[in-house]
Design a binder for this molecule. Structure first.
Ligand SMILES: CC(=O)[C@@H](O)[C@H](O)COP(=O)(O)O
Ligand SMILES: NCC(=O)COP(=O)(O)O
Length: 251
């Protein structure tokens, strides 16, 4: 079975468009776990556009109470800014089971590439060691590039998370590239498995492209947020409108 870790960024994004705590991110995390999700993912960003440090603390407590995996993603090189303490201090404080390091810049719209470990490997290595010493499993966000995945093992990663954005886009476009890209991911996954690395995947996975991607060799976990949140709206919108119409009719 492939584990599903639900990314709650987009619930927090809606919450942040008003003052207050509506929707309640922790309550929605509980709903995801009650519905069968295996864990929760968040990706706090320095601008706190969605997940805030308090959410990380509260969701860590929820996941610990439910004995499920908590996965915190983010840029390890982003230092403290304003009320954002920086990824490393936040992870060391909240002790998630897994930390997925992602090479995002501070103002990035969303994650769009894996690590270049030829460039970043040396400064990543002590960070990975520090996290592992604290008992946190470390996954690195990677493109399906075998040479880079060999370096992921060399710098001490436990797992990789394959960046699935281009695969997802090819499926959406019904491009003839889908099978070539998927074959590249399969080769990368097999290479990682041979090195003893675990294999996660994520970014823009959805109910359509997963029908193909779920066949990736050794796939342990997918983290999904954007499409799952959109599906929650689409699948629930008729019911919600009907409930309001009924309410307005005085029923
Ligand atoms: C690491 C990754 O793949 C991203 O999908 C990320 O977790 C999502 O971040 P945003 O929700 O900020 O786009
Ligand atoms: N690691 C990927 C993730 O957490 C969710 O990505 P997306 O489904 O929001 O694109």
């Amino acid at each position: 079975m492939i584990d599903l870790s639900v990314n709650l960024n987009k619930i927090a994004l809606i919450r942040n468009s008003r003052e207050g705590n509506y929707p309640d991110v922790v309550a929605h995390g509980r709903t995801c776990l009650d519905a069968g999700a295996n864990g929760i993912t968040v990706h706090p960003r320095p601008d706190q556009r969605h997940i805030r440090p308090g959410d990380v603390r509260d969701l860590a407590a929820l996941c610990a109470a439910r004995n499920v995996e908590f996965n915190v993603e983010g840029n390890p090189f982003a230092g403290a800014t304003g009320t954002y303490p920086g990824l490393l201090p936040l992870v060391l404080e909240t002790q998630p089971q897994q930390c997925t390091l992602v090479p995002d810049s501070n103002d990035q719209l969303t994650s769009d590439h894996g690590f270049d470990l030829t460039r970043d490997g040396a400064r990543l290595e002590p960070i990975i060691q520090q996290l592992k010493d604290a008992g946190v499993r470390v996954s690195l966000f990677m493109d399906p590039d075998k040479a880079q995945i060999t370096l992921a093992k060399a710098v001490g990663a436990d797992r990789i998370e394959l960046y699935t954005g281009p695969f997802a886009e090819a499926v959406t476009q019904q491009s003839s590239e889908v099978e070539r890209i998927f074959a590249e991911h399969c080769a990368a996954a097999e290479h990682a498995l041979q090195l003893g690395l675990g294999v996660n995947a994520g970014h823009d996975l959805n109910l359509i492209n997963l029908r193909r991607y779920r066949n990736l060799p050794g796939l342990q976990e997918v983290s999904i947020g954007h499409a799952l949140t959109v599906d929650a709206i689409s699948m629930g919108l008729s019911n919600a409108v009907a409930a309001y119409v009924t309410c307005l009719a005085g029923e």
